[in-house]
Design a protein around this ligand. Sequence first.
Ligand code: GLN
Length: 388
Amino acid sequence: MKHLSFITETFTESVIREMTRVSDAMNGINLSQGFPDFESPAEIKQAAIRAINQNWNQYPVTFGEPELREAISRKALAYNHIKSNPDTDITVTCGATEAMIATLTAIINPGDEIIIFEPFYENYGPDGILSGAKPKYVKLYTPDWHFDFDELAAAFNSKTKAIIINTPNNPTGKVFTRAEFQFIASLCQQWDCYAITDEIYEHIIYDGCQHISLASVPGMENRTITINSISKTYSVTGWRVGWAIASADITSRIRKVHDFLTVGAPTPFQHAAAEALAFPIEYYTQLQHKYDTSRTHLTETLVKAGFKPFNPKGAYYIITDVSELFDAMKAESDMDFSKKLIARTHVATVPGSSFYNGNNVITKQVRFAFCKKPETLEAVRQLFSTLL
Ligand code: GLN
């Protein structure tokens, strides 16, 4: 048989999704994949049912139903200070995942470099490879996941095409600051680069931190592609409705890729999404409070059980150092640690190595998702109480 593609040989399957399968097979408690185990808001479910009954069941406008693009544009102006024309600057995609790969495919040429902060959401690695980009990783340092300005500056050169930024950040919970963004903006302008921002956790933020959209920083309006989705904000990760906001010339390229990749995101869910985006501000405040309580709950559980968690400032994950338990359990790798943990406690996690570059990396870190019901987190507390 002839060789299958070399590209697909070079990356592995998603460890996050694999851990979900391991968890399901063991009837475990899934704190690996970041999806809520509680009900989605009733209003948005009703809106989707209504849309189906109103016969919004055929292909959508390929780059997004007009009502949704208008709702995205309004919300981005109100919450993110991003000005956009819904007719020319917005592409609705199948989740932020498609928005990212469609954007990279739209802008990358062979040999172009992209900069990714490490640890990073595991999709960005294969996204880079699939689009033909050469990733360069810049480290985020514990305990607060800052980057070194000189190291970032040194990563840029004439081949740099884009920098990917996820804020609030998965897996670290880092929220990029205005000072960091001003520095990143100056480098993007100096080297004539694009910035692709994944802002899917924008409303999940703690300790008085503020979410800033890089596209709102002066000079970045026309070189930033802002990606978002309804998945996390409205607890509907299975609906697959996301979008990219970018200037018209970039958007026209993203739309071409998107059209041939997927044609469109599910039509009835786009109509429901348009309603969700008009929720009052209290909806987002309540979401924040709820996740803040869950963050405290899981942090306490982890500390008592011998983990050394890094406090997240946003998103709904806790990445934690596991050195002590790692040695106590005689783990050979973080994957081995995660498998031993699930065998012993039935709680599934994601090994830290899936957020770092390289095939043979072993970390003493794992990531837990806390977008779960209080009962789920309480069950984890009890299961972990015997760990040490
Ligand atoms: N973003 C979520 C996570 O990091 C889920 C990713 C996915 O499976 N699409 O767990």
